[in-house]
Design a protein around this ligand. Structure first.
Ligand code: ATP
Ligand code: SF4
Length: 334
């Protein structure tokens, strides 16, 4: 599979607050053709900032950015606003957080879809936009007559499907979804997620799926990146992350969510909450919450290192020079 989106050493600092907030710190990730990649982490870990930075949606007036974002080899960071506007929706699109509330309340579904398509699909032939609206709504299981309705006339689940239809209307190569089913009940959530998987197979786009729900990501994504305090702290194939996730935070996140399939088990939370990104603790940012912390965790920040060819972890317990007695003692505490 060829690489379609490549994020290289991306850092984002909010400069509109005092102290400044380093919300994304040296993040690198890859998304391949037709791949579903998951980004996991609790609220406040920097996930939305990361995807807004990928889509170049953060104004220079509030952030400092470093690093590169390559879409099909083109560096989005070097594009001017107009060039980036042309790419959005056509090549890369977003289903934003609370998408169902992001629809324009005073426009019918058809009008909203038509406006976006007219603004971005310059080569459309007469009738093509209308046909595409109907086709895309049907793909997300919304009958075409509903396009005449306003968002408030639809249920939450249907509004969410419309938001997904908007993102897919121009058949982009990559669709970024920020918590696409938050706020919906579990059954509706599951239906929508299965549909995303079906559509992804049918249309062949790549997905960057952001969620705090690890079991959902493990079920849908081929590759998962786990974020904590603005950094990637573990990444790898989702089956390896699920069965052999090594970072104590990853294990904690997995324990927080019951598996979507298979046997039920007790759900445990991670004690404490993510740190204030403006005042990160020294050393490993997870150390105040980590049941396995060892002395060096309080003053040395662990680097992301490969533990297997495609599986990387940032945790002192998984560095080659760590004495085995320290590791065993830490496991006893976990
Ligand atoms: P959530 O799922 O709740 O959105 P998240 O993991 O996506 O959480 P972000 O929304 O990216 O995290 O927020 C990361 C950090 O950046 C938080 O500490 C947040 O307060 C801070 N932040 C977000 N937007 C701004 C802003 N405009 N100015 C200053 N800080 C901001
Ligand atoms: Fe826990 Fe230390 Fe590993 Fe951080 S580096 S996750 S504190 S053991």
């Amino acid at each position: 599979m060829s690489e379609i989106l490549s994020v290289r050493h991306l850092s984002v600092t909010y400069t509109d607050s005092t102290p400044t907030i380093p919300a994304v710190n040296n993040v690198s990730l890859s998304i391949h053709d037709r791949e579903i990649v998951g980004i996991a982490g609790e609220s406040g870990c920097g996930k939305s900032t990361l995807i807004n930075a990928i889509l170049q949606l953060l104004p220079d007036s509030i952030v400092d950015m470093e690093g590169d974002v390559l879409l099909n080899g083109q560096n989005l960071r070097t594009l001017d606003r107009e060039s980036m506007r042309r790419l959005r929706w056509m090549k890369i699109s977003l289903v934003p957080q609370s998408a169902m509330n992001a629809l324009n309340p005073i426009m019918t579904i058809e009008e909203q879809m038509r406006r976006i398509m007219e603004a971005h699909w310059e080569a459309a032939r007469p009738g093509e936009i209308v046909a595409r609206i109907d086709e895309t709504l049907e793909m997300v299981n919304i009958q075409r007559q509903y396009k005449k309705l306003y968002p408030f006339e639809l249920s939450g689940g249907m509004r969410q499907r419309v938001a997904i239809a908007l993102a897919l209307a121009l058949r982009p190569d990559v669709v970024v979804m920020d918590e696409p089913t938050t706020g919906l009940d579990v059954i509706v959530q599951r239906g929508i997620l299965m549909e995303i998987k079906r559509l992804q197979k049918q249309l062949g786009f790549a997905v960057c799926l952001v969620s705090h729900d690890m079991s959902l990501l493990i079920e849908l994504a081929q590759t998962v990146y786990v974020m904590y305090a603005g950094r990637i702290i573990e990444s790898g194939p989702s089956r390896d992350i699920y069965r052999q996730g090594r970072h104590p935070y990853t294990r904690g996140l997995i324990a927080c969510f019951p598996p979507l399939q298979g046997s039920q088990r007790t759900v445990e939370g991670i004690p404490g909450s993510p740190p204030d990104l403006g005042q990160l603790p020294p050393g490993c940012a997870f150390h105040p919450r980590c049941p396995q912390a060892i002395p060096r965790c309080t003053d040395q920040s662990p680097s992301l290192v490969n533990v297997r060819p495609q599986h990387a972890v940032a945790c002192h317990l998984h560095t080659p020079d760590i004495p085995s007695d320290l590791v065993e003692a830490s496991h006893d505490r976990a």
